[in-house]
Design a protein around this ligand. Structure first.
Ligand SMILES: Cc1cc2nc3c(=O)[nH]c(=O)nc-3n(C[C@H](O)[C@H](O)[C@H](O)COP(=O)(O)OP(=O)(O)OC[C@H]3O[C@@H](n4cnc5c(N)ncnc54)[C@H](O)[C@@H]3O)c2cc1C
Length: 322
């Protein structure tokens, strides 16, 4: 019966792209359109699909680990643009003044890449805390940013790394137009971003710091894996001759969007790089946070957790490899 109503699939292949149209039988007879699934083999093709779809913009699908759980009990009737077969969107590469994390780079690829410099140590720790192994294999860092959950583990760490996002769209004559935004400007609220119709987040760009770097990430959840964070902190310290030259500290899950703590960062600059940095974190540095009460923790607990985690992270960063 289910077969009769839902499973008529038509496959086409053009220039390496897979296109699949799903139809269903209507009760009174005849066929009706349900959804189209496209898996292009190049960024140009993907952007063409996004740009061509006037009105019904297809939903971009990466690992699907946020998308599919949200569809439980609902019809799978979205037009999908699966971007996981696009080679130029995968992996981490180095340019003169920045690192480039391709949009479909998975958490596992970051966690398992021992060649990344100390700047990435915090992101690698965050990667190991996202879900379990299956989620880390399928889930992408860009998907984590675009989903824009207040509890997204990638956001505070990448804010601390001063990351920018590269957004691509098809321009005139099929050219690709790109624009960049600071991550802090890209995510504007709970599940809200500045991604415009027709755009795709093509890469995350991480500027190279001027000094030696220590970085770390700490997350508090009710248990180690498969849990939504109660609070988390990402820390990056730049250091020269044992003195802090630059600091970024960002807190997640304690406001609609993860936030850096500028007053604390200023306080840390010029201090000796040692465990004493922890004493510089004071409750007033966390005043701008707006934690909520929910089933995982109340707001007051979250506020305290953010302070304690930050102190621990500063000790860990001071003692981390540089
Ligand atoms: C069991 C389980 C445990 C989890 N644990 C954690 C956890 O501990 N920490 C955590 O932070 N998250 C966790 N998650 C959430 C999820 O795994 C991550 O957020 C993951 O990084 C999402 O990536 P994805 O590629 O699967 O995104 P998808 O589900 O494919 O996409 C998510 C959203 O982003 C959009 N999108 C994806 N890529 C792009 C792009 N390049 N350009 C524009 N839009 C894009 C999609 O349209 C969609 O709206 C968990 C999920 C599950 C199911």
């Amino acid at each position: 019966m289910i077969f009769a109503y839902f499973l008529t699939l038509l496959f086409f292949e053009s220039h390496g792209s897979i296109i699949c149209t799903q139809m269903s039988y209507k009760q009174g007879g005849g066929l009706e359109y349900m959804a189209v699934y496209v898996r292009p083999a190049s960024l140009a093709q993907a952007l063409e699909h996004l740009g061509a779809a006037a009105g019904a913009v297809p939903l971009i699908l990466a690992g699907g680990t946020d998308y599919y759980p949200a569809k439980v009990g609902k019809p799978l009737d979205d037009d999908l643009l699966d971007i996981t077969a696009i080679p130029e969107l995968r992996g981490v590469s180095e340019a003169e003044d920045h690192w480039r994390i391709g949009a479909t780079t998975s958490w596992s690829e970051i966690a398992g890449n021992a060649e990344l410099p100390p700047l990435f140590d915090g992101l690698r720790l965050a990667a190991r805390d996202v879900g379990g192994t299956q989620i880390q294999n399928a889930g992408t860092i860009a998907g984590n940013l675009c989903n824009a959950s207040p509890a997204a583990d990638g956001v505070p760490m990448l804010l601390a790394m001063r990351a920018r996002v590269e957004l691509s769209r098809v321009a005139q004559a099929g050219q690709i137009a790109r624009r960049e935004l600071a991550l802090g400007d890209f995510i504007t609220g709970n599940r809200q971003t500045r991604l415009a119709p027709g755009e795709l987040l093509s890469a995350i760009l991480v500027p190279k710091p001027r000094h030696a770097v220590r970085s770390t990430f700490l997350k508090l959840g009710a248990r180690r894996y498969l849990v939504i964070s109660i609070a988390m902190v990402g820390v990056v310290l730049e250091e020269s001759a044992g003195v802090v030259q630059g600091a970024s500290v960002a807190i997640g899950a304690c406001s609609a969007v993860a936030q850096r703590l500028p007053a604390l960062e200023t306080e840390l600059i010029g201090r000796r790089l040692n465990a004493g940095l922890a004493n510089k974190a004071k409750p007033e540095h966390f005043a701008a946070l707006t934690p909520i009460d929910d089933m995982r923790a109340d707001a007051e607990f979250r506020r305290e957790a953010a302070l304690t985690l930050t102190r621990r992270a500063l000790v860990a960063a001071a003692q981390a490899r540089g």
